[in-house]
Design a protein around this ligand. Sequence first.
Ligand SMILES: [Zn+2]
Length: 467
Amino acid sequence: MPVQIYNSLTKKKEVLVPLQGNRINIYSCGVTVYDRCHIGHARSLYVFDVMVRYLRYQGYDVRFVRNITDVDDKIINKANELKKTSQEVAFENIQKYYEDLESLSIDRADKEPCATENIPDMIKHIGVLIEKGFAYVANGDVYFSVRKFPSYGKLSGQGIEQMHEAVRIEKDPNKKDPLDFALWKKSKEGEPFWDSPWGKGRPGWHIECSVMSLKHLGCETLDIHAGGRDLIFPHHENEIAQAEALTNKPFARHWIHHGLITINGQKMAKSLGNFVTIQDALKKFSPDEIKMFFLGAHYASPIDFSESAVKEAGEALQRFDVLFWRAYELTKEKDVETKEADFIKKHREDFFKAMDDDFNTPQALAALFKLVSDTNKYIDHNKSDRDYLNIVFTAVDTIEDLGRNVFGLFLKEKERSLSEVEELLLEERKTARAKKDFKRSDELRELLKNKGIAVEDTKEGQVWRWI
Ligand SMILES: [Zn+2]
């Protein structure tokens, strides 16, 4: 079955047909580096990581570009607050952003261009928009004239009047229409600037994305443009206007928008004291627990982050661990080979069917867990099968393969092996349970937990994993 994606532009599910051979060019709006990334960024980074992984898994030649906005009002304000230069603030936060990706085991995009590295291209693009009559210079600023672009509003499905209400832009004497947006901003005292035909200044945020996507993907129409739902208007609307005014071609075939995150039912805001950075979340949860939480909701749905919700989603990981451990015990030091069985095939196909249907991860995850429970049943009831071990091996291999390569789970390398003390504690707990000394075994579980080791008791005995 082909992959179908809900397209925010046409408001319907459409088959993904690459514009060029087997290649899929994807662009996602990235972070503005003025602070540490928060859990909402983690969702954006992860849902697109899973989409890219899945398309690659299905054999597409995916090229993925995600930008970094490293010049912006927020960065300048932060720099003033910290008495640093905006380059310093951007540089520090870019390093932290890469640390976040690494600690979540989320891949970097193929290219992660910074806005400040692409200024000459932006100046060129703006120059053409002026020449073509889509943009005008006013007192050192350059604005895009939205009324010159007749289909302005097609992504957000709004008319000009509605948009006027939505933005409530203050009257700016330089603008011909309040909806016109800045392509180039004249620099104020103490702000970073670049020379341009219109004087010293810096690019607006929207032009960065139009320029970097087309340049770094090397095409005039992207297969997929991705971002958060909050970016549809005005950011993506403006990206379309800028790009299409330049090329006369559709800017992106599919527009994908992920749903937003709330924290315990509230919008996340520093002023509300509920701002959760990725590093805060990682103090309490493993990357896989956070990923399980995200997988449990469709990417387009809103999601409410709470400690109990992540904990609950993460607990299901134990089911993988127990099965992996059972299979390991059965197959270690044995010669095994791949052997398909009907139940494996069925659940694998259900997994693909769910992912093909607009990346329905909750359903795909359910298929994976059905495979887990059927494999456990198979282990219990089919010991006399001629291919018993081969089928156990194949089922578990399938789960690991899909979990790792599509969902990006099970990637965290075990940073270290057990220390001698930890091994002794695990042994002691085993003995305590055997003697039914539950008080001691509970104490030991707590002790091990503090060392980052989760212990669970199963039919086959004690199982542990890193947390
Ligand atoms: Zn963007």
